[in-house]
Write a protein that binds this ligand. Structure first.
Ligand SMILES: [Zn+2]
Length: 214
């Protein structure tokens, strides 16, 4: 999928995960959820395009030194676009697991640093990580909705995709009509998600009015 589609999906998933995090018992964050969602969605826009740093360097948009190093590292590992490192389900799950255990990982890091890690620093770091990983996961899911798919495990060649390569003349490929449709639906869903996030009761009343209207 293209950058705009990945970022649209990334923002949508980040709104959902931020809402879910604040309604779970294990996520303790002192930042107000109305403010947090702007941090997570911005981080998600980065995470949502990060896996595609595996395209040839000349095709990487808005080049900077960090992207250069990451791009070269991916190619040093002998990969190309839709690489094993950034487009595999197992490594993505591993990344999510690392986030779940990040508090314990941070405890270990704290033992090696003199810099005081205040609670608000940790809260913001957790939100940036939550958003970035939500964006990354949304990237893998949206690439699974294309004919190229993603790898099940990074060491194997088994590809996973939601749809067949094509049905009749309709192709589930990047840049085709399928992508335009997908992006259109995702952007409209995002509007609904933002309304539900900031004003759940407004969302419910709009839903009830629409139901009455239909
Ligand atoms: Zn990709």
């Amino acid at each position: 999928m293209l950058k705009r589609t990945h970022q649209t999906a990334a923002v949508g998933l980040a709104v959902i995960t931020t809402y879910a995090a604040y309604h779970s018992n294990s996520f303790h964050c002192g930042i107000h959820p109305y403010l947090s969602v702007f941090i997570t969605t911005n981080a998600a826009m980065l995470g949502g395009v990060a896996p595609d740093l595996d395209v040839p360097w000349e095709n990487v948009p808005e080049k900077n030194p960090i992207k250069f190093v990451l791009n070269k590292l991916i190619y040093l590992a002998g990969d190309g676009h839709r690489s094993r490192l950034t487009h595999s389900i197992d490594l993505t799950i591993l990344m999510c697991a690392a986030f779940v255990f990040s508090e314990r990982i941070l405890d270990v890091i704290k033992g090696y640093t003199d810099v005081a890690l205040t609670q608000s620093t940790l809260d913001i770091a957790a939100l940036i990580l939550l958003g970035f990983i939500s964006g990354w996961v949304s990237h893998i899911l949206t690439d699974m909705a294309t004919s190229a798919g993603v790898r099940l495990v990074f060491w194997g060649n088994t590809k996973v995709r939601f749809f067949p390569k094509k049905i009749g003349k309709f192709k589930f490929s990047t840049g085709e009509a399928w992508e335009d449709f997908f992006c259109f639906v995702a952007s409209k869903l995002n509007i609904a998600l933002w309304i539900l996030y900031f004003a759940p009761s407004l969302g419910v009343s709009i839903y009830q009015r629409l139901r009455g209207f239909l």
